[in-house]
Write a protein that binds this ligand. Structure first.
Ligand SMILES: [Zn+2]
Length: 91
């Protein structure tokens, strides 16, 4: 009798854990993880998010990823049009 209960308990625990893991994977992050990241003292917590440097466009101020920004004389621009405008405004 008690052995059957134990088996049922183990099966239930395994199923609960499996369900929890699957939900966490679907959501990507658990609320507990988010709270820990927010209250943690570490400025940069390791995570799956690929943090790329954002550069402000010298023309309109729009922040664009460093990889997509157009650079001219140390200034970043969001598009070729703004690069041209930035050049024109500086002569
Ligand atoms: Zn711009």
């Amino acid at each position: 009798m008690s052995k059957a209960l134990l088996v049922l308990l183990v099966l239930f625990l395994g199923w609960t854990l499996w369900k929890k893991r699957r939900r966490e994977r679907q959501q990507g992050q658990t609320p507990q993880d988010a709270a820990r990241a927010g209250s943690g003292s570490d400025a940069q917590a390791p995570g799956p998010i690929n943090a790329e440097a954002m550069l402000p466009c010298a023309c309109c101020g729009l922040h664009v990823p460093a990889g997509e920004a157009l650079l001219d004389k140390g200034l970043a621009f969001c598009s070729a049009d703004h690069l041209r405008r930035g050049r024109a405004s500086r002569g």
